[in-house]
Design a protein around this ligand. Sequence first.
Ligand code: ZN
Length: 257
Amino acid sequence: MHIYREPSVTNLDFDELASYLEEKIPFVEITTRRPPEANHELGTERLAEKFARTKVKSVESPEKNSNPLYGEIKYEEGLIENPSKDVSGVMYDGHLLSRIYHRLLPEEETDASHLHIIFTKRLFGTWEEKGGRYHARVTLYSYPTLISTSGIVEGPAKPKEFYREKRRLASLGETGGTIERLKEKFKGRFIDYDDERLTEVMKGYVMQALFYHLRSNPFCEKECCRLYNAHWQEEVIRAQLEPPEFCEKHSNILEEL
Ligand SMILES: [Zn+2]
């Protein structure tokens, strides 16, 4: 199992993640690596163009960004050269992003005996026919699997009261610093950027990736289990930060692995 680091996030301890996995699945060799972008043999500009093409043009349209603007390519170039750059406000198509990363994997490791988990701060979404829009995701279970450190903040919904309060403040015409004030008020009830609980939370998502790889199903229907497919921040907190770690069924499966 290969884990690719996201260097810009300070509260995500990849060594701790690796130790956790070594304890849970001692028979699997775990490596942590530099971001896949670091391995590219394409020119930076070519790679930047590929990333720019995966950008979501509008969350309400599945239209691809086939002809990225010069500025968009330059932005991606900057990101490849300086990974600590801010990426807020941009969403990428998860499936297209996964395809780019697939090409950046070492060719001799692209078979089923290798599991690649790529951490990225890029926010990605998947197009949902049903709602007719892109939805931000924490993870994309594919080959390779992607986990977004922005997706954990933007994907699962915050408490209902958060949005109610936000609407109320907006109706009063209050705009300046509203989000910051709301975040302060609801602190602890959602995962924020570079949250100090990030490492603990991500242990569960890496385990979901493992179950996806081994059993094609990353999820569990039990809310208490780390494999629960949480749609709300409070569900993330319950599943990842409160005991037990796994439901009985998944604890047993892990023991028998
Ligand atoms: Zn379970």
